[in-house]
Design a protein around this ligand. Structure first.
Ligand code: FAD
Ligand code: NAP
Length: 536
């Protein structure tokens, strides 16, 4: 076990930014190595995503038995999930349980935002400035989250609106009661798809503003059968190992098919899509192996979903508006409970803002195409400055004062998503260039935590002080990430994976496709003495 060389106070072996699933696991792992660690978290509680996103209907779209930590056999045996897809309150209770069980809170400083982090070349340390004062550390780990930086469109007149404004990613803790209210929802991504059916039940009138129609497959959520839960627990290690071997890190019990849609008959395809639709959830994308590489294959699946939309939505004009024309799955597939059905309600209407964008807010509501829509409350379900937003909001400086924002001005550049050249001893958990948001995030987070901890352990065991991605390794990795993405249909639509949802953000496909191959690559790099990293 490595021994701490720093005395806690304002000097630490490791500073971790963020107390979501990633930051908390890091703390547990690094503390177990005998290191002094301080976690800074801007929120008033732990949980990250599950602390902030308290909008009605917020829940997981990965099944509960898979969306949990696997680092402790006892923990995964003792926790009981209640539903196929866990709700936000249940996931937050789980995270709080973990925090208590492993006594993590004593090393977490809540309500503290990290503003700056600069590498001091002379002292070979990170100087970290928070809104509550400075600290320094040998290593700095950014566990700031891929989807933690809420994106609020810069509409003129926001300050003029007399009603209430909410963002799904910053939902009030006391909850919101929309009973008797006229509500506008902007956006039709996953957060909107989950919240719209519930807001519609409460509100007197709900108007949804849609810029891009979305594909949603039914969740078919249900209480978790205790027998099913026990059966998985009885083989949890094998179950986890099988999931790790999959392309996206989940779903080994209902795996992606090996066949190609382009080689199946129309009848076979229809039956296959129907079966996956009946099963529910993201497994729909695994109906055929070529859905995200062949336009013809993709069109067969998207046509099936459009047919479903037409069969659910009674008004043909509304059904047409709700029917997407982009590639299925190139924006994250939504998993819904009654989303399309909601548009059959008499108190729900849909406004298409694809051709006539929202002009701005007024004192009474929203202005679109010269018409004013009056509301008591407006919900921004407008997503996140994904993958780089939270990092770029910190002034991060590497060697010679190099600013990360400047280095990444034309898109993020990392080696394996874990490190970036010019920034020694800085690690990123699920950073751009790693599979992260394309996978079940929990195994992705755990894999990064283990890798980072092992790397720090290796340095200390070998009396080394610094680890830094080389520029050559980084250039090659960035090129590889792009090559892999270019083999797919992902770059074809304006998704947040490409930064296309944030005006002015460089258009670069940020995550890496392929979990199992990525894990193998990380293991190989470590086994070869951290190949592609300079150790000194
Ligand atoms: P986060 O949970 O985002 O935590 C990062 C923390 O860092 C935040 O608490 C933030 O406040 C803090 N922070 C950031 N910057 C600073 C700073 N400068 N100073 C101090 N603190 C800072 N993934 C799945 O795999 N399956 C799902 O079903 C799923 N559902 C999701 C639903 C929603 C609504 C959202 C938004 C995301 C979902 N995700 C899902 C992705 C989810 O973000 C991850 O699964 C996971 O929770 C990320 O954990 P994390 O610790 O990496 O980041
Ligand atoms: P999102 O997918 O980015 O959706 C944002 C929505 O707001 C889009 O419909 C977008 O339209 C719209 N929008 C943004 N700016 C707009 C503007 N100026 N005018 C009109 N419309 C605008 O964000 P999200 O729904 O919060 O989801 C983000 C990610 O978090 C998901 O993809 C998923 O990974 C995760 N998540 C998961 C779940 C779950 O089911 N477990 C739930 C919520 C979130 P365009 O499409 O045209 O850009």
């Amino acid at each position: 076990m490595s021994k701490s060389t720093d005395t806690p106070g304002d000097r630490f072996d490791v500073v971790v930014v963020g107390a979501g699933f990633a930051g908390l696991h890091l703390l547990h792992r690094l503390r177990g190595m005998g290191l002094s660690v301080r976690v800074f978290e801007a929120a008033s509680g732990v949980g990250g995503t599950w602390f902030w996103n308290r909008y009605p209907g917020a829940r997981c779209d990965i099944e509960s038995m898979e969306y949990s930590y696997q680092f402790s056999a006892e923990l995964q045996q003792e926790w009981e999930w209640t539903e196929r897809y866990a709700t936000q309150p249940e996931i937050l209770r789980y995270i709080e349980h973990v925090t208590e069980r492993f006594e993590l809170l004593r090393d977490v400083q809540l309500e503290t935002r990290v503003l700056r982090a600069a590498f001091d070349d002379t002292r070979q340390r990170w100087e970290v400035e928070t809104d509550r004062g400075p600290v320094s550390a040998t290593h700095c780990v950014m566990a700031t989250g891929c989807l933690s930086s809420a994106h609020m469109p810069d509409f003129p007149g926001i300050d003029q609106f007399a009603g209430d404004i909410f963002h799904t990613g910053r939902w009030p803790h006391e909850g919101v009661d929309f009973t008797g209210k006229r509500v506008g929802v902007i956006g039709t991504g996953s957060s909107a798809v989950q919240s719209i059916p519930i807001i519609a039940e409460q509100a007197e009138q709900l108007t949804v503003f849609q810029r891009t129609a979305t594909y949603a497959v039914p969740a078919h959520n249900h209480p978790l059968d205790p027998g099913h839960q026990e059966a998985i627990k009885a083989r949890y290690p094998e179950f986890r190992a099988a999931n790790r071997q999959t392309y996206l890190g989940f779903g080994s019990d209902y795996p992606a098919a090996d066949e190609a849609a382009t080689e199946a008959s129309p009848e076979e395809r229809e039956a296959r899509y129907q079966e996956r639709w009946g099963h529910g959830g993201l497994a729909f994308m695994g109906a055929y192996r070529d859905l995200l590489v062949s336009s013809e294959a993709n069109e067969s699946a998207s046509k099936f979903v459009r047919g479903k939309i037409r069969s659910i939505v009674e008004d043909a004009t509304v059904a047409e508006l709700l029917s997407p024309d982009q590639v299925l799955g190139c924006k994250r597939l939504c998993v819904d409970t009654g989303y399309y059905d909601t548009f059959n309600r008499p108190n729900v209407s849909l406004v298409d803002v694809s051709e006539t964008p929202i002009e701005g807010l007024t004192e009474r509501g929203l202005q679109v195409g010269g018409s004013e829509y009056e509301f008591d409350a407006i919900v921004f379900a407008t997503g996140f400055d994904a993958m780089t937003g939270a990092l770029q909001r910190i002034d991060i400086r590497g060697r010679d004062g190099l600013a990360l924002a400047e280095k990444w001005a034309r898109g993020p550049r990392t080696y394996l998503g874990l490190g970036t050249a010019g920034f020694p001893n800085l690690f990123i958990v699920t950073g751009p260039g790693s599979p992260s948001v394309l996978t079940n995030m929990l195994p992705s987070i755990e894999q990064h935590v283990e890798w980072i901890a092992d790397c720090i352990d290796h340095l200390r065991a070998n009396d080394l002080h610094c680890v830094e991605a080389t520029k050559t390794a980084e250039d090659e990795w960035v090129a590889h990430v792009n090559q892999v993405a270019d083999l797919t249909l992902f770059p074809s639509c304006n998704s947040w994976y490409l930064g296309a949802n944030v005006p002015g953000k460089p258009r670069v496909f940020m995550p890496y496709l392929g979990f199992a191959s990525y894990v193998a690559k990380c293991e190989e790099v470590a086994a070869r003495g951290y190949e592609g990293f300079a150790l000194s």
